[in-house]
Design a protein around this ligand. Structure first.
Ligand SMILES: [Zn+2]
Length: 58
């Protein structure tokens, strides 16, 4: 199992990447500050999303 932090946008992950990094994704969801307006995914940092929107600046 890899424990490298992903730097690629979550939006572009394929199913294998999602499955192998599910703990990371759940942590992102718990700490989410941003949502992707295109994909509906959420993340703690906007760099992980392709079209980030923050709750405060939407
Ligand atoms: Zn996206």
């Amino acid at each position: 199992m890899k424990d490298k932090k992903k730097k690629k946008e979550i939006c572009k992950w394929d199913r294998d990447e999602i499955e192998s990094s599910i703990d990371f994704l759940l942590e992102q969801a718990r700490n989410a500050n941003y949502a992707c307006k295109k994909c509906g995914r959420v993340a703690e940092t906007k760099a992980l999303l392709c079209k980030p929107l923050s709750e405060n600046k939407a």
